[in-house]
Design a protein around this ligand. Structure first.
Ligand code: GLV
Ligand code: MN
Ligand code: MN
Length: 405
């Protein structure tokens, strides 16, 4: 293929998508928002320009299709949404590269046996509806009627958000797919390994499991100036102790785990008020359910130490995503093409969550990683070199071709 032409074009498309969907300068494409609609309209144009068939399903996944001559579909793509103040590449790279790959194959006169489809998935990040991966769960048939009642960040349910964006929550079941033969998700690594080892491609063997919790630490609201330091019962100080202590213990006792306190809210939230309570969201990840259950014991032990100081706490596990193994046959196809192309590649596990961990339980699924510059992700500085995008694009074309035979 043609130098870095495709890589540069994909980069340009990612910039266009990001620039069209900024809020106050920050990229944030959450499901069913105006930004999401703008992104889909742009994607529709690109899909149709490539001569692919565009459609949206009942819950807002978008598809571009290159029809085959036989039943069955090979799916590529990723999520179209981003985290708040996110980057241009997380998710979108897999969608845009998928559109480019199917377009290239069509223009080169290729007619697949099994249809090829690219998908832009809804709300993987859970930035509005915290359970996340609603798009892939609907495709697998595991997003249920009761999940439509999840209340999002803006206080509306998923069902209400779908209706106001013009989708059909009552037709949720129609989003389920039974015709998928294989799925390949191309994604940025979001970590430093490929770059530091000078590899062009990562082949994902497994994806971590994720437990999410909500925690409330209850103190006693009082006046900041008149309550002497020994007499106060400040939940912010307790939260700080808990965060420091649980982090230290987790690093010592469970080195494979990650523990993140990415959301803290202080109530009522005034400078001159000792807080009434603090709400925290916790993201904990490890290689297996068993490991996560052991990590949970460490977390609870750290919590007991602040309970002994008289603080009431309430910990609830609100979302779990099971770890997933990728499909050995799809991995083998990817690896063979890496070898044929003499690419520098490595097998790796993903510490980031992906729709592929949902898909992997239902369909033969694998992931291709391309390097992230300085390992930065979930950050506006997220980037991947055009040459690496080109390599991912070319590999994806070959892998999709083989899988669709
Ligand atoms: C998604 O990016 C996640 O790993 O949370
Ligand atoms: Mn992400
Ligand atoms: Mn992602």
């Amino acid at each position: 293929m043609m130098g870095n032409e495709a890589g540069l074009k994909i980069e340009e498309m990612l910039c266009q998508l990001a620039d069209a969907t900024r809020i106050d300068g920050e990229i944030w494409r959450a499901a069913y928002t105006p930004e999401d609609r703008i992104a889909k309209n742009i994607l529709r144009e690109w899909i149709e320009e490539q001569g692919l068939e565009y459609r949206e399903d009942a819950i807002g996944n978008v598809y571009g299709r290159l029809p085959g001559t036989k039943p069955g579909t090979v799916l590529t793509g990723s999520h179209l949404d981003t985290v708040k103040n996110g980057g241009k590449y997380d998710g979108a790279l897999g969608v845009v590269t998928g559109v480019a790959a199917l377009g290239y194959l069509k223009q080169s006169g290729y007619v697949p046996k099994h249809s090829l489809e690219v998908v832009g998935l809804m709300e993987e990040e859970g930035s509005c509806f915290a359970s996340g991966c609603q798009g892939s769960r609907a495709i697998c048939g595991t997003l249920k009627e009761e999940d439509l009642e999840e209340v999002g960040r803006d206080g509306v349910t998923l069902r209400e958000a779908l209706l106001s964006a013009g989708y059909q929550p009552e037709a949720l079941k129609s989003a389920k797919r039974d015709d998928i033969r294989a799925i390949v998700e191309l994604h940025i690594e979001q970590g430093p390994v490929l770059e530091s080892e000078q590899k062009q491609i990562g082949i994902v063997d497994s994806i971590v499991g994720i437990f999410n919790y909500e925690l409330t630490i209850q103190g006693s609201q009082n006046h900041a100036g008149t309550t002497s330091m020994p007499l106060r019962h400040d939940p912010v100080v307790a939260a700080a102790k808990f965060i420091t202590e649980s982090t230290r213990q987790m690093m010592e006792q469970a080195p494979s785990a990650t523990l993140t306190y990415g959301m803290l809210q202080v109530f009522p939230g005034m400078q001159n008020v000792i807080a009434d309570h603090v709400d925290l969201r916790i993201d904990m990840r490890d290689g297996s359910e068993e490991a996560l259950l052991q990590d949970e014991v460490i977390l609870k032990r750290a919590l007991e130490s602040i309970e002994r100081k008289g603080f009431k706490t309430r910990l609830s596990k609100n979302h779990c995503l099971a770890s997933a193994q990728m499909d050995p046959n799809v991995i083998q196809v990817i690896e063979r093409h890496c070898k044929e192309k003499q690419l520098a590649y490595k097998h790796m596990n993903s510490g980031a969550g992906h729709d592929s961990m949902v898909f992997g339980k239902h369909f033969p699924t694998a992931m291709i990683f391309v390097p992230s510059i300085r390992g930065i992700s979930h950050n506006p500085a997220e980037a991947t070199a055009a040459a690496d995008i080109q390599t991912g694009f070319e590999l994806l074309c070959d892998v999709l071709k083989e899988l669709s035979e």
